[in-house]
Ligand binder design. Structure first.
Ligand code: HEM
Ligand SMILES: N[C@@H](CC(=O)c1ccccc1NC=O)C(=O)O
Length: 279
């Protein structure tokens, strides 16, 4: 070792961790960095795995934030709720930027290992389904791919048994406008949220009287923002998929791009979008 090399230890940096918690210990990096197992020898398979694993980590955080946001809303803590919803939108923005890395993979690169994926597909992502369920896009048929893992199935089914984040927002909307005796619409527990003209009329009132209903107005715009980012994720996905596999059938068995295009039509908070044409 040369004397010239700067040694941060002299400035107090801790360099020995035999008996203390290090960065890697705290973050469980041993376990994390040991979990990438390409099946083929294809160069791009590691990119594919890391892209999905990092997406799943961000989804884990999104679910954590959305759960806390829903709890904050139920207990009337709007400031914290707004903060968490804003973070969820940012997480989606993060997921959106990540497509730029995956897009560097060409069809030729992907076909070198696509067969090794077997019937596995993002279609079976339980965290993605949880996000959809929490936001109110609830198709119980999407539970089926999880029947072979009873604990996961139970968590998703449990979500379908409670009001979605949007159901709670609608409850808050009605109670804020009409008071505690408000005739709140029933939560749409295990069916995708269908547009409800009555809910739209309530939101319209908010958007036409923003000073009176500022908090609700802010909430409505936060949700539109969130759905905007979510739609961008779907669009980036389908465009990347078309770029890489064209119109081939998906490994998950769906029609592929046609299925994903159909999903572009899903509206999470339809009333908030529809009312805009009425203002
Ligand atoms: C080479 C890149 C990718 C290709 C070719 C691809 C292809 C597809 C296809 C064809 C489907 C339809 C289901 C099927 O039949 O398989 C699908 C669904 C899905 N993929 Fe990907 N995908 C890619 C990357 C990703 C990434 C990076 C994620 C991030 C986690 C992802 C998450 C999903 C999810 C969540 C679904 C279900 C969507 C829904 O049901 O609305 N995919 N993908
Ligand atoms: N459905 C894709 C395969 C795929 O993308 C995939 C396979 C395993 C794990 C995650 C995947 N990502 C998204 O669907 C395909 O048809 O090529």
């Amino acid at each position: 070792m040369t004397d010239k090399a700067y040694d941060p230890e002299r400035d107090g940096a801790k360099m020995h961790f035999k008996d203390a918690m290090s960065y890697g210990d705290y973050l469980s990096l041993d376990g994390l960095l040991d979990k990438q197992h390409p099946i083929s020898t294809a160069h791009d398979e590691l990119l594919f795995i890391i892209q999905h694993q990092t997406s799943e980590l961000w989804m884990k955080l999104a679910i954590h934030e959305m759960n806390a946001a829903r709890n904050a809303l139920v207990s009337g803590d709007m400031s914290h709720m707004f903060k968490m919803l804003a973070r969820v939108a940012r997480i989606f923005e993060q997921l959106n930027s990540a497509w730029d890395v995956l897009r560097t993979m060409t069809p030729a690169d992907y076909t070198t290992f696509r067969e090794t994926l077997g019937p596995s597909s993002g279609f079976q992502s339980h965290q993605y389904r949880m996000i959809e369920y929490m936001l109110g896009n609830r198709n119980p048929n999407m539970l089926k791919p999880h029947a072979h893992v009873p604990e996961l199935h139970a968590v998703l089914a449990g979500e379908l048994a409670r009001p979605s984040l949007y159901d709670e927002v609608v409850r808050y909307l009605y109670v804020t406008i009409d008071g505690p005796g408000a005739g709140v619409p029933d939560p749409q527990l295990d069916t995708p949220h269908a547009p409800n003209p009555d809910i739209q009329a309530k939101w319209k009132r908010v958007y036409e009287n923003v000073d009176t209903y500022w908090k609700l107005y802010e909430l409505g715009e936060k949700l539109v923002d969130l759905e905007d980012y979510f739609r961008r994720w779907r669009f980036n996905h389908v465009t990347t998929v078309e770029r890489i596999i064209g119109f081939k059938r998906g490994t998950g068995g769906t029609s592929g791009v046609s299925y994903l295009r159909r999903m572009l039509d899903v509206e999470l908070f339809p009333e908030l979008w529809h009312l805009r044409g009425e203002l």
